[in-house]
Design a protein around this ligand. Structure first.
Ligand SMILES: [Fe+2]
Length: 476
């Protein structure tokens, strides 16, 4: 494999500095060769501004949202970036009280103001977590029920697309291509809180597939589906929604780590809506699931697990800008026997830390699969990591792995794009926005997904702050 195992020695913290510049470039310099078949568009969202004239956002997850777009065709690459035009950004730019509830930032307003914001449903519309497509539309998402439509040609913000059925929602919906729907979940907080699995066909058409009452709702960031099931990984980071309204803390600080209650997989038949059961296992904390599938009476769930929830405040900007250590996420497998109720918890599938997992989603999400791509941290002491400096490819069947790394380079989420001419699972490319801290700018990296050999770098004229997720679409 093509791993370059030299240890990066330069400073990644440029990735936490604000980006003010917005550009539209018909082509950017390309080193190497972009495959001819790569003719679609990669759109990503990222927090890009933590210091605005009137507000400071002290957590990575709360920076103001910016869209980045790379479009491919004829071997060339175009690039554009724009801030989402949101109420949150306008409030940050124009001053006055920030009237919205963020993930982890205390917006410095009165307790009364915060309680009233929650009662009024004044959620932030700062959609900096993920993008996807609802039918032909593009939407950006965060964990509030305000998914934001945008024009993928101009990156113009078009307004809220639809209203999910809850207060806290996942920014990781799944595509059910057979039904032509997005499948997602939402938590409704209140004296009687509920989890809701729902499907969204278009702006107007929504159906709740299943609903479950919950006394202490858990914080969850993503969920897996299989061909038959939808699962919620109810980890032991839980809230008391009645106190929640009275305490007036930033959203995530209303949740408490209760490892004694373990982790509960809540499982539904996602076609009938019937509840299959609750399946308990050991405590862990998870942002991201890699995949899940059914095999011989078991539901197999692969996810990126942390030992506990300390990672959340390790992602405070002060900690990140100080180069503070981060707990390592490990790709783990849980096998749920729905007949006996037993859950088998396996150790790491590969030794390297792995986060921001991506797979051959279009062909293998919810089905048996083999390969996961993610960010990783190399070096001799990965037990406590500083910041991901590599891309890892995990072979879940053989427990083997390979790593791409390049000195002074700090990659983001590796998005797998399948070569449309073959069904071979790892035939294609991996696209990642990489910060080159030596040169002070970012580039789009194109790797051969089979070997992790470099195919091309497309250079952007500025740094792109570290962000989360994006989507490649064959159509523009
Ligand atoms: Fe995420």
């Amino acid at each position: 494999m093509a791993a370059t195992r030299t240890r990066a020695s330069t400073d990644h913290r440029l990735g936490f500095e604000d980006l003010d510049q917005e550009v539209t470039l018909d082509s950017v310099p390309v080193q190497g060769t972009v495959p001819d078949w790569l003719t679609g568009t990669l759109v990503r969202t990222t927090p890009a501004q933590w210091e605005s004239p009137h507000h400071t956002f002290p957590h990575w997850f709360d920076g103001l949202a910016m869209l980045n777009k790379f479009a491919f065709g004829g071997g060339s690459v175009s690039y554009a970036n724009r801030f989402l035009n949101t109420r949150a950004r306008r409030a940050a730019q124009e001053g006055g009280e920030m009237p919205y509830v963020d993930f982890a930032s205390d917006p410095c307003r009165s307790l009364f103001g915060r309680v009233m914001a929650l009662w009024k449903g004044d959620y932030t519309d700062n959609c900096n977590v993920n993008v996807t497509r609802l039918g032909r539309e593009w939407i950006a998402m965060t964990e509030t029920p305000l998914p934001m439509a945008f024009d993928a040609d101009t990156l113009d913000t078009l307004g809220v697309a639809y209203k999910p059925p809850g207060d806290h929602v996942t920014a990781h919906p799944h595509h059910d291509r057979e039904r032509g729907e997005l499948v997602a979940y939402a938590t409704r907080f209140g004296p009687r809180s509920t989890y809701r699995i729902y499907a969204q066909r278009d702006r107007e058409t929504q159906r709740v597939i299943a609903k479950k009452s919950v006394r202490r709702p858990a914080y969850m960031h993503s969920f897996p589906i299989t061909e038959r099931y939808a699962l919620l990984t109810e980890q032991p980071l839980v809230s008391n929604p009645v106190e929640f309204l009275l305490r007036g803390e930033p959203f995530i600080d209303n949740f408490r780590w209760k490892p004694e209650q373990g982790t509960r997989f809540q499982v539904w038949d996602r076609h009938s809506g019937d509840f299959t059961g609750t399946f308990e296992t050991e405590p862990f904390f998870c942002f991201h699931h890699a995949n899940a599938f059914e095999r011989q009476g078991e539901v197999v769930v692969d996810l990126c697990a942390f030992e506990d929830a300390s990672i959340i405040h390790e992602l405070d900007m002060d900690h990140l800008r100080a180069g503070g250590e981060l707990a390592p996420p490990l790709l783990r497998r849980f096998r749920i026997d729905t007949a006996t109720g037993r859950v088998a918890a396996e150790g790491p599938l590969v030794p390297e830390p792995l986060e921001l997992p991506r797979i051959d989603y279009g062909r293998r999400n919810g089905r048996p699969y083999r390969y996961v791509y993610g960010t990783t941290t190399t070096g001799t002491d990965a037990a406590r990591v500083t910041w991901p400096d590599g891309i890892v490819k995990a072979d879940t069947e053989r427990g083997e792995s390979s790593v791409w790394q390049s000195a002074g380079c700090w990659p983001g989420e590796p998005v797998f794009v399948a070569d449309p001419s073959t069904e071979q699972e790892d035939a294609g490319v991996v696209l990642s926005v990489v910060l080159d801290s030596d040169r002070g700018h970012s580039f789009l990296l194109v790797l051969d997904a089979r070997t992790l050999d470099e195919r091309a770098r497309a250079e952007v004229p500025h740094h792109i702050p570290f962000g989360f997720h994006g989507m490649y679409s064959r159509a523009g």
